[in-house]
Design a binder for this molecule. Structure first.
Ligand SMILES: [Zn+2]
Length: 282
């Protein structure tokens, strides 16, 4: 692959692959979870993934939806769910209907609207939850959670668990571990109002602007400036924080140098830049 923005970032439990540059293209794939976060222009690596999460309708994030549908049809891959902000679901369905008419074919994928706070089951092992993301168009952030089981606290320390279980006692409870939070395009409001993003094992957060003098631009276009992230640095409990969606006004080496210079100690070791090596770490 000759794409100079393509990156791969290994986290404790999964790997994030993709590219993300503001206004140009954003897609992220987590193969272990079967998900793509924004689809960009639809890279080949997205086609086999069953779950696509679209944060908002801008073309650099969402253009690839029809190609995803068409390629899955061609390759006879059944299903495929494309999650979009609920406000946009009708329009995306209408768009897909037009593509089907033009191609005289029937796609198998489903467009699924996700409202703020809505929880969607992704098979038995994972859930996704939609979150509020402020933007100039309808936008959603997404949280991915793993369904896990643990001994109910009232049975802790007992040595007759197997026996209890045999007799039909309900000794195990289900809980949800937040694995990943993806903000999509948004502004500092999400840092002010959302607690869940600070708790996920991995946070993928947009950081379109980093340089001095661009703070106003970030506010005007409703994006996040690195100063916003630095201001909240004491709150991040995440194991890893991945910055994405850098403006193309900055070169890769500029981004690395500028973030390195401005980054508070509290998050320095956990921060990764969504850029290829050797630009990922501070
Ligand atoms: Zn964008």
């Amino acid at each position: 692959m000759t794409d100079k923005d393509f990156f791969t970032i290994a986290t404790e439990h999964f790997t994030i692959e993709g590219r993300s540059r503001a206004g140009h293209e954003t897609y992220l794939r987590v193969r272990e979870l079967g998900v793509v976060l924004d689809i960009g222009r639809c890279p080949d690596m997205a086609i086999g993934m069953p779950h696509i999460f679209i944060t908002h309708g801008h073309l650099d994030h969402a253009l690839g939806i029809p190609f995803y549908a068409g390629q899955r049809h061609l390759q006879r891959i059944p299903g495929g769910r494309v999650f979009v902000p609920s406000e946009t679901a009708g329009d995306f369905r209408a768009l897909m209907a037009l593509h089907q008419k033009i191609e005289d074919t029937d796609y198998d994928i489903e467009i699924v609207g996700v409202a703020e706070g809505e929880v969607i089951a992704l098979g038995k092992a994972h859930d996704a939850r939609g979150h509020r993301a402020t933007q100039r168009v309808a936008a959603r952030a997404y949280e991915l959670l793993e369904v896990r089981h643990r001994l109910r606290p009232e049975f802790a320390g007992r040595d007759d668990i197997a026996d209890l279980r045999r007799r039909g006692a309900d000794v195990v409870e289900e809980y949800r571990q937040p694995l990943l939070f993806y903000t999509g395009d948004t502004d500092r409001g999400i840092l002010e109002s959302n607690d869940a993003l600070y708790k996920a094992e991995v946070l993928i957060i947009e950081c379109s602007f980093i340089a001095d003098g661009d703070q106003d631009r970030a506010a005007r276009y409703r994006h996040i400036h690195f100063d916003d992230i630095a201001e909240f640095s004491d709150r991040f409990e995440n194991g890893l924080i991945v910055l994405t969606h850098f403006s193309r006004r900055y070169s890769r080496v500029d981004i690395q140098n500028e973030v390195r210079r401005r980054c508070p100690a509290a998050i320095r070791d956990r921060l990764r830049l969504a850029l290829p090596e050797p630009f990922q770490r501070l």
